[in-house]
Design a protein around this ligand. Structure first.
Ligand SMILES: *Cc1c(COP(=O)(O)O)cnc(C)c1O
Length: 358
């Protein structure tokens, strides 16, 4: 008896190759965003693979993610925590907070004074996202008095692009201009600017440290143009049952799909609880025996159904491909009305993760 769970195969060779490709392209150093469990693919194996490839800067969102990545990569690399964290937390040593506003700066300079030594930090300047980072008033204050940063070992000044995936968007060059102006008024430290898409925007977006995430995992950082990255995720789930139904029979919740002809239906062990989004109902396909088979009926919590009428002899235990070369995370995202990031970061914990290419 094999397990009924789906299998998510992560190609660490592809992730590493993607990182090398970006690192070769960028004029400065290139790190890796491994937040959200490495965009759903596993932060620890991904970080280890990237370390072996030469990556020395990792970005996570939360302290707990940083602790896990530190265990994976050892003491050397920089691990920056984008959402920041208060000083003095046991176990946070060696993790570098991103300071996202003056209150963060005040807390860390006070901690540095108390510790009697400089504390490492990244300083985040908002240049047009109004999400995190020093706003214009806070920037004015720090620019007018660098003493406000006393005791901080500032590793990088960073900002984040809002529209990097739309190269012609006017906010891109505006953010580059504002970032340049901000850096000119701050202490001279290296800058960290581009995310994945930003690395493709040209020299105005170069910095001493890029912070790509999605492109490492195979998401197209240049939407509308051919994807320059390698696919890193393959998802397959087993058929639990195959049944024959007459024309006119309905499939699934809401009886939303009615067989137009006598049909063969394969019920597969994945559902919206696994991140196979309910919005995909009627919009996606699977790959079975090299053929594309349409998803029919609604996506349920743990089950989905495919019309496999045209496939010879499908059997329970056969695996249907849900994500792969023929149906990338970006393809699924388009079908569900979302972005590849959400497809990957929704990949459920019930899938068995297998790693290849390490
Ligand atoms: C997530 C994130 C990144 C990586 O962005 P991608 O679009 O996935 O390359 C970089 N910087 C910050 C601040 C982020 O939050």
């Amino acid at each position: 008896m094999t397990g009924t769970e789906g299998v998510l195969t992560v190609d660490l060779g592809a992730v590493s190759a993607n990182w090398r490709q970006l690192a070769a392209m960028a004029p400065g150093a290139v790190g890796a965003a491994v937040k959200a469990d490495g965009y759903g693919l596993g932060a620890v194996p991904v970080a280890r693979a990237l370390l072996a490839a030469g990556c020395r800067h990792f970005f996570v969102a939360h302290l707990s993610e940083g602790v896990a990545v530190r265990e994976a990569v050892g003491p050397g690399p920089m691990i920056a925590v984008l959402n920041g964290f208060p000083p003095g937390i046991a176990g946070a040593e060696g993790l570098v907070p991103v300071l996202n506003g003056l209150p963060d700066v005040a807390a860390w300079t006070a901690a540095a004074r108390q510790a009697g030594r400089a504390l490492p930090a990244l300083l985040h300047v908002d240049t047009g996202m109004a999400r995190l980072g020093l706003d214009v008033v806070e920037l004015e204050r720090v620019a007018g008095d660098h003493g406000l940063l006393a005791g901080l070992d500032l590793r990088y000044v960073m900002t984040h692009l809002a529209c990097a995936d739309v190269p012609e968007h006017p906010l891109n060059s505006e953010q580059a201009r504002r970032f340049g102006a901000a850096c000119a008024r701050l202490p001279a430290v290296p800058r960290s600017f581009a995310n994945s898409s930003g690395l493709f925007l040209g020299p105005d977006f170069a910095s001493e440290l890029g912070r790509p995430g999605c492109a490492l995992y195979g998401i197209n950082p240049t939407p509308g143009r051919p994807n320059p990255m390698q696919q890193a995720a393959r998802l397959e789930a087993p058929i639990l049952q195959v049944r024959e139904i007459p024309a006119g029979a309905a499939v699934g919740y809401g009886a939303s799909w009615v067989a137009p002809r006598p049909s063969r239906i394969a019920t597969v062990a994945a559902g919206y609880a696994d991140g196979y989004l309910r919005a995909l109902s009627g919009q996606a396909t699977g790959i079975l025996a090299g053929r594309s088979v349409p998803l029919v009926g609604r996506v349920s919590m743990d089950l989905i159904t495919f019309d496999v009428t045209d496939v010879p002899l499908p059997a329970p235990g056969d695996r249907i491909g849900l994500i792969g070369p023929g149906q990338t995370p970006d393809d699924l995202a388009a079908a569900a009305g979302t972005i590849g990031y959400e497809i990957l970061t929704s990949l459920g914990v019930r899938y068995r993760r297998e790693y290849i290419g390490a």
